[in-house]
Ligand binder design. Structure first.
Ligand code: FAD
Ligand code: NAI
Length: 463
């Protein structure tokens, strides 16, 4: 190894970085991972996927108990919210899982270098007073909240996603700026716990990037749940006096401004790649217009020996995408063939019901060629109906000539679990007929996928 300290140095220990480091070590490479946070696991484990799901799960159960849903099943309960305990179990989940990564690092002999890394040369980074030289460096620095110009996040009245996980009391009113994934998930949490929630979205529909019909139906369901939406509206200013925020809203298309007040404001207008302070220029690297590090098919940057994965590179900002890229980059560094099929990355919004999709939207598929579409409502699925979960549908988009499945979209209570089957089928190049002739256990929500596949050629049984 000549005078290198490591074969592989990974910068960032999120789902991209920690997975890359573990796989590199498993492949016999001497590996270290630099992390500037106190704990491992990145955005996902510390302030993202895991704590948000902890609150989504708990608040969903609270909602079922407090708002008559359990009573409908013959279960009478006296309900009281213990928000402190709800937060405690969230912190517990985070602590357990971040500690788990530290254990896996030890087990796989990955050295955890604590501190912030900055390049001093293409093969060297400085961390505190330590200079570390590595044959391969993987940039996995992730992303952070995009600020809204002129709006100051104080993490008390005006919060970002991290602050919205920590609110010490349920706000009476909450305005969510941005009807994307974070706004809908965390907006749902506080709505269920009692806040009156209004989502202000710049575009004319929520959930950009999702299938058009799914976006519309999801919006309808959230409205039915009591969340208010102001679509086609932009926030042009937020001022805070005491415990109250005043927001100025303007129609995106122009027109008269209005103001609304809120006890809490969540700014969730997207995330941007983390490259500040990395001194990429010292390594001979630049970023693109969106601030991302560009890579080729094998996750190589333009500089030999430097690789990049996860939220800091182009593509959806999703933990499982980062993880798969982590495995692939380590395998490529080890001289194996690491591949990620970016056409088959599922996406899930963990609201109730869950909203999930994989592959092409109907709009994009139609632009590319002739398609057939099969749809099946959850209302006609025996298990969903029995469980009083009538909202949503499964939609399968297939190529009109070859019948190959191009996209699957689901709104269902367990849509996030159901989508795995669709992703696997697409990874294997399945036709809608393959899915229709696969035996699905009864009674399961997944039977709706089989029926939607049958509907592609016009023959569902239960509709
Ligand atoms: P990150 O997880 O962002 O990790 C990067 C790490 O690098 C950070 O810990 C950072 O401290 C460290 N770092 C940065 N610069 C340096 C440096 N110079 N030196 C040392 N360390 C550095 N995705 C899903 O798929 N499912 C979900 O349910 C989901 N829920 C989410 C909920 C919320 C509220 C948020 C904010 C995000 C959510 N995401 C979810 C997105 C997911 O968290 C990200 O896609 C994922 O964490 C990206 O992984 P990563 O490894 O690229 O980067
Ligand atoms: P997002 O990109 O999903 O949504 C942001 C929304 O804000 C968009 O609809 C956009 O049109 C709107 N917007 C932008 N500026 C606005 C303004 N001034 N006024 C009103 N609306 C405005 O971003 P979000 O929700 O912040 O999430 C960031 C990332 O985190 C996403 O890319 C997502 O992939 C990831 N994430 C994934 C989760 C999951 O997989 N379940 C959960 C949470 C986050």
């Amino acid at each position: 190894m000549a005078d290198y300290d490591f074969d592989v140095l990974v910068i960032g220990s999120g789902p991209g970085g920690y997975v890359a480091a573990i796989r590199a070590a498993q492949l016999g490479l001497k590996t270290a991972c630099v992390e500037s946070r106190e704990t491992l696991g990145g955005t996902c484990l510390n302030v993202g996927c895991i704590p948000s799901k902890a609150l989504l799960h708990a608040s969903e159960l609270y909602d079922e108990a407090a708002n008559g849903k359990l009573a409908k099943l013959g279960i009478k309960v006296q309900v009281e919210l213990d928000l402190e305990q709800m937060h405690a179990q969230r912190r517990d989940a985070v602590q357990g899982l971040t500690g788990g990564i530290a254990f896996l690092f030890k087990k796989n002999k990955v050295e955890w270098i604590k501190g912030r890394a900055a390049f001093t040369a293409a093969d060297t980074v400085q961390v505190g007073d330590r200079s570390v030289r590595a044959k391969n460096i993987v940039i996995a620095t992730g992303s952070s909240v995009t600020p809204l110009p002129g709006v100051e996040v104080d993490q008390k009245v005006v919060v970002d996603s991290t602050g919205a996980l920590e609110l010490a009391k349920v706000p009476g009113t909450m305005v969510v700026i941005g009807g994307g994934v974070i706004g809908l998930e965390l907006g749902s949490v506080w709505k269920r716990l009692g806040a009156k929630v209004t989502v202000v979205e710049y575009l004319d529909q929520i959930l950009p990037g999702f299938d058009g019909e799914v976006r519309k139906e999801a919006n309808k369901i959230f409205r039915k749940q009591g969340i208010e939406f102001k679509l086609g509206t932009k926030v042009t200013g937020v001022s805070v006096a005491g415990d109250t925020a005043t927001l100025t809203l303007e129609p995106a298309a122009g027109g008269a401004a209005e103001t609304i007040e809120a006890d809490a404001v969540l700014v969730s207008i997207g995330r941007r790649p983390n490259t500040d302070g990395l001194a990429l220029d010292k390594a001979g690297l630049t970023v693109n217009q969106r601030g991302q590090v560009e890579i080729d098919h094998d996750f190589r940057t333009s500089v030999a020996g430097i690789w990049a994965i996860g939220d800091v590179v182009p593509g959806p900002m999703l933990a499982h995408k980062a993880e798969d890229e982590g495995i692939a980059v380590a395998e490529n560094i080890a001289g194996l063939t690491g591949i990620v099929n970016h056409d088959v990355i599922p996406s899930v919004v963990y609201t109730a019901p869950e909203i999930a999709g994989v592959g092409l939207t109907e709009e994009v598929a139609r632009e590319r060629g002739e398609i057939k579409v099969g749809k099946f409502p959850m209302l006609a699925n025996s298990r969903a109906k029995t469980n009083h979960e009538p909202d949503g549908f499964v939609k399968i988009i297939a190529d009109a000539k070859t019948d190959r499945v191009l996209g699957v979209w689901i709104i269902a209570s367990v849509g996030g679990t159901m989508i795995a089957q669709a992703a696997q089928a697409m990874e294997f190049g399945a036709t809608s007929e393959d899915i229709a002739y696969t035996c699905h256990a009864h009674p399961t929500h997944s039977e709706a996928i089989k029926e939607a596949a049958m509907a592609v050629t016009g023959k569902p049984i239960h509709m």
